[in-house]
Design a protein. Structure first.
Length: 413
């Protein structure tokens, strides 16, 4: 009965597009990474914990970022926070809380226990959609995806609907990675499930959030958080976080050559990873950047991988962090906070270093010492060629790495 009810909610077969084609979003002429990265904080330590940043480019070239923030992950006071980066002024706006658990509960008419990851989509008509992980009962495996609408570029939001994505009580659908786009104007939302089996999917949505297609990525049951890298109208590769107990330490990979109708079975990529989220972007056909934790054990480093041959070979372009030397045990608190102070000093426009230090001490230190954590990267290339990376810095701040591409405008591929 559950399966039958789910099938009824899907569109009729004749409404589905049989031959989908991706829209490539790389910026022609801007795939040279020579330049100097600038580091800033997008958040301002307003809350004890922040996590899972995402972002979208606004029509005027600014960026709007989102993340969840509160006293602790899963706490009742967690909401969706946002800030705007203006590259002309090289500054972030003040952090604001734009969506709350109570707001969704009131507008949806259902109990909401906690909020999680949020991913934005900006439509061609200027409307912005925000896909938010919401949980009414249980843990993240019992989550649902709710959709909010904004008509002022993400400053304010109203509840639209909850997506019907699963036949099993319509729960256990989460989102983390950037959307992809199709040539007919539909949006591909990479999602993943954690109830019973763990697997990734692409939900293909029209502008009214109707699911016009739904395709499983990789056919396995031990991979989540698919990052989809579109290499051409028909070609894309998904890199997935490896949740297998028997084959850990390497990202899974799945490929499509027909616009996403069919995906290859999961197989091991050549990228080492400790079962953590990754971010990435296509700079030109075959030329990809992937930002990830690049060891098999911990989230105490963060590097940029680069490939020029669609992932057959990779090089480590640079490390934003590498704390391998302290991996074997917890770091003594005084030494740890000294290294944290150095990272804050290397971050431009850090407004309150003392508060950041206290937040990190609270989040990452215990009686037996401290540990580093850099994770959940989200990557975007702006229309002028700039590359932007957001990631969670020691569970305390959203850190922003910006590589300006120089003057001039590129053309979207």
């Amino acid at each position: 009965m559950l399966v039958a009810a789910f099938l009824v909610t899907l569109p009729e077969h004749e409404e589905r597009v049989d031959e989908p084609a991706f829209r490539t979003d790389y910026v022609r002429g801007y795939d040279n990474l020579d330049g100097r990265w600038q580091m800033r904080f997008a958040s301002d330590a307003e809350t004890p914990l922040v996590h899972a940043a995402s972002m979208v480019e606004l029509p005027d070239g600014r960026l709007r970022a989102f993340w969840f923030a509160g006293s602790a992950e899963g706490a009742e006071d967690v909401g969706i926070h946002s800030a705007v980066f203006d590259p002309r002024r090289s500054r972030w706006s003040e952090e604001e809380r734009v969506v709350t658990r109570e707001q969704i509960r009131r507008q949806w008419g259902r109990h909401v226990r906690k909020l999680g990851n949020a991913v934005p989509v900006l439509d061609d008509d200027g409307r912005m959609r925000l896909f938010v992980v919401a949980v009414s009962f249980g843990g993240w495996a019992a989550s649902r995806l709710v959709v909010l609408d904004s008509h002022d570029l993400g400053a304010t939001w109203t509840f639209d609907e909850a997506l019907t994505t699963s036949p099993f009580l319509n729960i256990s659908t989460l989102v983390k990675t950037p959307p992809i786009h199709y040539q007919d104007g539909t949006v591909g939302l990479p999602v993943y499930h954690e109830m019973v089996g763990k697997f990734g999917e692409i939900l293909r949505l029209d502008r009214n959030n109707h699911i016009v297609d739904k395709e499983r990525i990789g056919h396995g049951r031990k991979a989540i958080q698919p990052l989809v890298l579109v290499d051409g109208p028909k070609r894309a590769t998904a890199l997935l976080r490896n949740e297998s107990e028997d084959d850990q330490g390497r990202l899974y990979r799945s490929d499509t050559g027909d616009g996403g109708n069919d995906w290859t079975p999961l197989y091991g990529s050549k990228l080492i990873n400790p079962s953590a989220a990754v971010g990435g972007v296509v700079l030109s056909p075959g030329h990809w950047l992937v930002v990830a934790n690049c060891n098999a054990y911990e989230r105490d480093d963060l590097c940029v991988h680069e490939t020029f041959d669609s992932g057959r070979t990779w090089s480590d372009r640079l490390f934003f962090h590498n704390r391998e030397a302290w991996r074997e045990g917890r770091v003594e608190e005084t030494a740890f906070l000294g290294m944290i102070d150095e990272e804050v000093a290397d971050t431009l426009n850090a407004e309150n270093p003392a508060l950041l230090r206290r937040r990190v001490d609270h989040n990452k230190c215990a009686r037996d010492g401290c540990e580093f954590q850099y994770d959940y990267p989200y990557v975007l290339q702006a229309s002028n060629g700039d590359v932007h990376i957001l990631y969670t810095w020691n569970k305390t701040a959203i850190r922003h790495a910006w590589l300006p591409a120089g003057d001039g405008q590129g053309d979207k591929g």
